[in-house]
Each structure stands twice: as structure tokens, then as C-alpha cells.
Write a protein of this length. Structure first.
Length: 395
């Protein structure tokens, strides 16, 4: 037991965009060359838990073919330093030889990979098999931004089913080698607000759609409108029955990601824009907890330094404290990510090479004000926040 899970992450997105260009954040942000320095920064912050994972396309070279060289080096060093990885296996992309998230072979292929990783690192307890399934499916198969770059409902439903099956198959494969594995299912916590009374029904649909990946992963009965939508656009009865008969929920912590862009305003022309913080993390995270009843972890948040990163840190932190006070079992908090990012101001849709200043450190590895404050927060609060509940013995 390590008590409350103070965490950060190394941004490891790697989707492909128009023209087949892969946007690899670990490459863009210098982590491949500076990984030892980055791990030292994690230790300097007194952080024990690190959301981290190698790019799938660099390790999984083909069926039965892997390149463990860099992966081994980093994992061994983390073990020496006492850093516990929350191992992130699929973050918005797949190897070129797999294709994209429309490939119905992806779930089995990914399970093969997850099983091999678990056999190689059986001492790793915390896993995120597939990161942010909702965002992956929306950006790849509904908004047309990444990977398959499709914009139709059939593609969105297929991507969602494939991603959820991959997630569950990976859990099963990991548990064979790591029977005490804990799955921290990082997911974007969302809400859509209607801009007018005539949009209430449509906004309600979006607010039910946001739950689809977690409903399928956790075997939670989906609503009648969502069931109709899914079956009309490609989900079979056998697909649905498969998901409703899963029993991995008890091994899970529900990771909730929240940014100022997570709330949306639905406009009369059917488009959505960022609404800003109407409800905030408290209300939206409570929605997810009430639906699934699982321990939570605040697995991602940040904001640009010039937009008030220190204030945002303390606001998110105190919102989380109030949720705990009100009986929601929250086991961890994450500022994401360790360093600034590249081109996340346009959601990686274009390669502009613009620095997105949201890290605890800048890309020269100099501390930002939020990094200094997060270190102080950890020092002051760590001993006052035990996990505090027998319901959290998974941690």
C-alpha cells in the first residue's frame, strides 16, 4: 500500500493524421532521448506513480515480433527508482501494419501484445490497456481527425466495439500473468449543454453517448436510445451480449479525465463548441461515480500556464477533496503531463510544432510554476490522505 496516488504522466499519444503522418508525442517532446532525465524529474517531485507507456507501433512490430530494447531500459530504471508505472498500452494509435480501429482483428492482436507485456513485466500492478476509448473513437471515426479519418456513425460504432473488445481481451490476457492487476481505465469525463430548448433532446443523446465505452467495458445496461443507435449502425446482438457478460469491473478503478474543454455547447446548426467550465469536475465526476459505483482516480487535468495553471491545480484538487468528503472514493490525482506538449492546442490534427505550455516542466526541463506548486502540494498533503477505505484494497 502506497497511500494516495499522486501521479503525473509522460504524454505518449501517437495517432496518424492526414497524409499518413504519425504524430508521436514522445518523439516531439524529446522523451526518447531524455527519458532518464524525465524519470529523475518525477522522482524530484516525490511522485511515486507515473502514467507511462511505450508507443505501440515501436514495440509491436508484427504478430510474434517485438522490440523490447528501449522498453526494458525504462522499466528497469523505474524499478530501481521506486517509480510505479501505470502502464498505458494503447494511446490513440496502432502500428501501420494493423491499419486502424476499423480492423476487426485489432482486439485479438492487441490482446496478444498485452499478454506478452504482462509476461515480461509480471511485477507491474497498474494498467491502462486502452486510453480514452471515447476520444479515440470520436476523433478517429466520427470527427475525421485521426487514423481512419471517418465521419459516419457506422465507423464510430465499429471503432468503439473494437476498442472495447481490445480493452477487455487485454485485461484477460494481463491477468494470466498478473493475477492482482488493477486496471485504471482513463476516460474523458464529458458533458454537453444545449444552447436552446429545442436542443435538449439532442444534448441528452450526447450525454448518453459519452457513457458507451464504460458501459460496454463494465457490463452496464445501455439506454434504449443508445441501444437503437448502436444496433442500427452495426452492433450485433452477440456483440452486446458479449459485453453484458463481462466480469472485470471489480478489478477496475475508473479514471476520470477533466479539462476546461470537456464541457460542450450544442448549437442549433448541430455543431458543438467548448463551453468552458459550467458544471466542473465535481458534478461530472459524480455522474460517473453514481452510474458505475467504482473508486475514482482523477487521471488527467491541465491548463495553459498563461490561463492560470496554479489556480486550476488548486481548484481541481479542492474539488476532488470535496468529492472525497461527500463519500466518493477517490484514490489518486494526476497533473498531465510532466512536460509541455506539442500541437495539442489543435488536438494533434495538424503538425504545426507549436508548444502547448501545460507541463509541470517546459521542454527544456525547467520547472513551471505549476510544477513547483504541485511538489509543494504533494509534500503537504501526502501524509493526510491515506486511501482510507477497505473498498480500495485493490490499490
Amino acid at each position: 500500500m502506497h497511500g494516495f496516488m499522486f501521479a503525473t504522466g509522460i504524454e505518449n499519444s501517437y495517432p496518424t493524421i492526414a497524409g499518413g503522418k504519425r504524430i508521436d508525442q514522445m518523439e516531439k517532446c524529446g522523451h526518447y532521448e531524455r527519458w532518464e532525465e524525465d524519470l529523475q524529474l518525477v522522482q524530484d517531485l516525490n511522485i511515486t506513480y507515473l502514467r507511462w507507456g511505450p508507443a505501440l507501433h515501436k514495440v509491436f512490430l508484427g504478430r510474434g515480433r517485438y522490440d523490447w530494447s528501449w522498453f526494458d531500459d525504462v522499466m528497469n530504471r523505474m524499478d530501481e527508482m521506486g517509480i510505479l508505472p501505470i502502464l498505458d498500452l494503447c494511446h490513440f494509435g496502432v502500428p501501420d501494419w494493423v491499419g486502424n480501429f476499423q480492423n476487426t482483428d485489432f482486439p485479438q492482436l492487441f490482446a496478444e501484445y498485452a499478454g506478452e507485456v504482462a509476461r515480461r513485466y509480471p511485477g507491474t500492478k497498474y494498467w491502462t490497456p486502452v486510453n480514452e476509448i471515447l476520444i479515440t473513437a470520436l476523433f478517429s471515426a466520427k470527427y475525421g481527425w485521426w487514423n481512419e479519418m471517418r465521419t459516419d456513425d457506422e465507423s464510430f460504432v465499429r471503432a468503439t466495439i473494437n476498442l472495447c473488445k481490445a480493452n477487455l481481451f487485454a485485461m484477460k490476457a494481463i491477468l494470466k500473468s498478473v493475477p492482482d492487476a488493477v486496471f485504471i481505465q482513463s476516460e474523458s469525463s464529458e458533458y454537453t449543454h444545449p444552447a436552446g430548448p429545442e436542443l435538449v433532446k439532442a444534448a441528452k443523446f450526447y450525454n448518453e453517448r459519452r457513457f458507451i465505452p464504460l458501459d460496454l467495458t463494465y457490463g452496464h445496461v445501455i439506454s434504449a436510445p443508445i441501444y437503437r443507435y448502436m444496433t442500427e449502425h452495426g452492433m450485433s446482438e452477440s456483440d452486446y451480449n458479449f459485453f453484458m457478460n463481462q466480469d472485470y469491473k471489480f478489478r477496475c478503478i475508473m479514471g476520470t479525465d477533466y479539462y476546461v474543454t470537456n464541457e460542450h455547447l450544442l448549437r442549433s446548426d448541430g455543431s458543438t463548441v467548448a463551453a468552458g467550465e459550467f458544471f466542473g469536475y465535481y458534478v461530472i465526476a459524480k455522474d460517473y461515480y453514481n452510474r458505475y459505483g467504482l473508486p475514482l482516480m482523477h487521471t488527467e487535468t491541465n491548463i495553459r500556464e498563461e490561463s492560470g495553471s496554479v489556480q486550476w491545480l488548486w481548484k481541481e484538487w479542492n474539488t476532488m477533496l470535496r468529492l472525497r468528503q461527500d463519500g466518493v472514493p477517490i484514490v489518486g490525482f494526476t497533473w498531465y503531463s510532466l512536460t509541455d506538449q506539442i500541437d495539442w492546442d489543435v488536438a494533434l490534427r495538424e503538425e504545426n510544432n507549436n508548444v502547448h505550455p501545460v507541463g509541470l516542466y517546459d521542454l527544456d526541463r525547467q520547472p513551471r510554476s505549476v510544477g513547483i506548486e504541485y511538489k509543494r502540494m504533494i509534500q503537504e498533503w501526502r501524509r493526510f490522505l491515506p486511501t482510507g477505505s477497505s473498498a480500495l484494497m485493490l490499490v
